[in-house]
Design a protein around this ligand. Structure first.
Ligand SMILES: [Zn+2]
Length: 716
């Protein structure tokens, strides 16, 4: 992103000096006179957005115009007097809104990776406008009427499998948003939506307040066991709070909070059991303190309203409604999987607990391990049993080596090649771009990597796109981006990644391949536009290759000596991957059960939140030493984000990725050509054009089996 003046200078080449002076002297009319790069199709190589010509000033006018044009296009579809056809409804809808997509793709990518106060301002203003714009289309009764006619006579048209699927998805989207409702049901449905939204916002604000309010303020004497970098962060936290609040209680102190980045290191290293208890209880009591920020009534109310909403739409429960549109399809299928995993996970967790108890007793303690002790003693077991020096590992994983690793994996599997481009305009100096080519040298798409952490980037790592793939109006090839938060190089060292970072890059690149290799006609079904419990499959499966010895030997090389990683170190890494898996799976599965229990309720009667939760967790036999990964009162995934009856998705996809990778392993060649071709053809190319279970069967030749997952996680 360039600033305003640079934007003008960039355009000087194309305009006369007089215009330039005019622009320069009368800033008020600039935005109208200057050409807005979003208003026309990009005339750049590969149709990459012309980043250096784009200014913050271009966004708002393009959004407004984009919505206007989109509305006109939708109106044209409604007013078209011709006989309804796939072409004049579905294809026309698919074609509509291109200006809006163009500006949205650039804007929302930049607001995630390169934000600034101006972008934040625009985001605040445009987000509600966009959501009501899209609502007005997805709830438009006139459009629905036409779609319904088409749907009801689907067999009269000669449609391909993909065309049938896009018609079905469009019809279902309308119906799932209440398009078939009439009269009082319709009115009640709208009220329910509004009430749920309001309660969700309140839930989230309460949780934020509870999270920000809790802290422990410590003296130097309370810091026993903590490494110096953790102490430094706590000191900084206290200084920031002192500067902000001018309150002497923070002066020369150390502050820990219930943010995970502050809490987990404390729970892991602090030798002060009393303080671990205090901090952890602060964390698990959030939203359950019987104060103004209490979330108990809100959550039971949301659950009840969701039952009513599902009933109006003809579903037995909220979970039935949500799952109808996924790979799992029914609550029974989800419970079936959770139950299969639960016993072995809990058994392993109990073994882990026993090991920790022995260690604690050997230290001369006579207490029983409690939930707030878990991290501390798990770390001791890890040191004892799986001692792995993270710093030593990092030296083999420079960012460039790891990029080499993901490219080699896709070359060996699919024959792809990557050529870095230095003549394309990008939005930030840290971003890099490669042209991706197929076996036969043909163009597949662009892959942008934006890897280093910076203050203008939000946390985490993700895959996104600047342009989606489609074939229906000529071949559009995708422009995919991976954004990460890896450490930048220092004065004397290149960017060195922890193995967790390495796995993250393989994960995001797995999503990237889904976006790059997709080959569908319509962009609304291309790439990662698949159901929620299927979308993590291509990303998680690629993670398996990251730690595959054959591949490690080809990319993990010491940053100074170039020496290849040793077998001994690889073996240590593989052992360590099973560490604490009993705990991790148990706390995750407990939360998944809790989510499902709330959302398979069939009564609108308000529940007592705590006793409901207690009953739910008791039923599965969760032990006191482990708390569900989320308790109801701070389970944001299911009460504010769209993961209600969906928290199970991660492990659902994990069954697929473990099973798929096991197929490669069992064939004796992790790059087995036949399997790789099928994986590409049925999983990566197909996007959301067919039922995911059918696609999986076509790839693998039979149903997914859970045993590989159990083995991967040490649960067998
Ligand atoms: Zn992912």
């Amino acid at each position: 992103m360039k600033n305003f003046l640079k934007g003008i200078i960039n355009k000087v080449r194309n305009i006369t000096l007089i215009t330039f002076l005019f622009l320069f002297l009368s800033p008020l009319v600039n935005s109208e006179v200057m050409k807005n790069p979003f208003f026309t199709e990009y005339e750049t190589n590969f149709k990459i957005p012309p980043f250096s010509q784009i200014n913050e000033e271009h966004f708002m006018p393009a959004f407004i115009k984009g919505m206007e044009v989109h509305n006109e296009e939708i109106n044209d579809i409604i007013e078209n007097k011709e006989e309804p056809s796939f072409e004049n409804i579905i294809v026309a809808m698919e074609r509509s809104g291109s200006l809006l997509s163009r500006v949205s793709a650039v804007f929302f990518n930049l607001s995630g990776s390169t934000t600034n106060p101006k972008i934040q301002e625009i985001e605040k203003e445009i987000s509600p406008k966009l959501s009501s714009h899209y609502d007005s289309i997805s709830l438009n009764p006139e459009i629905f009427k036409k779609v319904k006619i088409l749907w009801e006579s689907i067999d009269n048209y000669d449609l391909s499998l993909e065309e049938r699927k896009i018609l079905e998805e469009t019809y279902k989207r309308f119906v799932r948003s209440g398009a078939l409702l009439e009269g009082s049901d319709k009115k009640r449905y709208a009220e329910l939506n509004q009430d749920i939204t309001k309660l969700s916002v309140q839930f989230s604000q309460n949780l934020l307040a509870e999270t920000n309010d809790f802290e422990i303020i410590l003296d130097q004497a309370d810091l026993a066991g903590l490494p110096s970098d953790i102490v430094d962060l706590a000191k900084l936290e206290a200084e920031n709070k002192f500067n902000k609040n001018k309150d002497d209680k923070y002066k020369d102190k150390y502050v820990f909070t219930v943010q995970r980045s502050s809490m987990y290191p404390f729970l892991t290293y602090s030798t002060r059991r009393d303080l671990r208890e205090k901090l952890y209880k602060g964390y698990i009591q959030r939203g359950d303190n019987n104060n103004e920020y209490d979330n108990k009534k809100i959550t039971s109310k949301i659950a009840s309203l969701r039952v009513e909403k599902a009933n109006i739409l003809g579903f037995e429960s909220h979970a039935h409604y949500v799952l109808d549109n996924t790979m799992a399809k029914t609550p029974q299928a989800v419970y079936g999987l959770l139950n299969q995993l639960w016993a072995p996970a809990l058994k392993r967790a109990k073994n882990e607990l026993r090991e920790m108890q022995i260690l604690a007793n050997e230290e001369g303690n006579n207490f029983e391990i409690a939930s707030w002790d878990w991290w501390h003693y798990a770390e001791k077991v890890r040191k004892d049993k799986y001692d792995l020096d993270e710093e030593e590992i990092k030296e083999y994983f420079t960012l460039d080596n790891t990029i080499d690793g993901i490219f080699k994996t896709s070359n060996k599997l699919f024959g792809l090649t990557f050529e870095e481009k230095f003549d394309l305009d990008l939005y930030h100096p840290d971003a890099r771009v490669w042209e991706v080519k197929d076996k036969d040298g043909s163009h597949i798409g662009l892959y942008i990597g934006d890897y280093y952490t910076r203050s203008s980037k939000r946390g985490g790592a993700w895959m996104s796109s600047f342009k989606s793939q489609s074939n229906f109006d000529g071949k559009e090839r995708p422009i995919i981006v991976n954004v990460c938060n890896f450490p930048p190089p220092s004065k004397d060292k290149p960017s060195l990644l922890s193995f967790e970072h390495v796995t993250t890059l393989f994960h995001e690149f797995g999503h990237g391949l889904h976006g790059l290799l997709t080959n569908t006609n319509y962009k609304s079904l291309s790439g990662t536009a698949v159901s929620r419990d299927f979308v993590e499959f291509p990303s998680q499966v690629l993670e398996h290759w990251a730690s595959e010895p054959e591949l490690l030997k080809s990319y993990a090389k010491h940053y100074e000596t170039g020496e290849v990683i040793s077998d001994e170190l690889i073996e240590k890494m593989q052992n360590a991957s099973k560490f604490n898996q009993g705990f991790a799976n148990t706390e995750y599965l407990a939360a998944s059960f809790l989510d499902m229990d709330w959302h398979t309720l069939t009564t609108t009667e308000l529940q007592d939140t705590n006793s409901f939760e207690e009953k739910s967790l008791k039923k599965i036999g969760l032990i006191d030493e482990i708390v569900s990964r989320y308790r109801t009162t701070y389970f944001q995934h299911i009460f504010t984000h769209s993961y209600s009856a969906g928290y199970y998705s991660y492990i659902w996809a994990a069954v697929l990725d473990s099973d798929a990778f096991a197929a490669f392993k069992d064939s004796g060649d992790v790059f087995n050509e036949d399997l790789a071709n099928k994986y590409r053809e049925f999983i990566l190319e197909k996007g959301g054009t067919e039922d995911p279970m059918e696609l999986y069967r076509s790839f693998k030749g039979d149903d997914p089996d859970i045993s590989a997952l159990l083995e991967d996680r040490g649960l067998d």
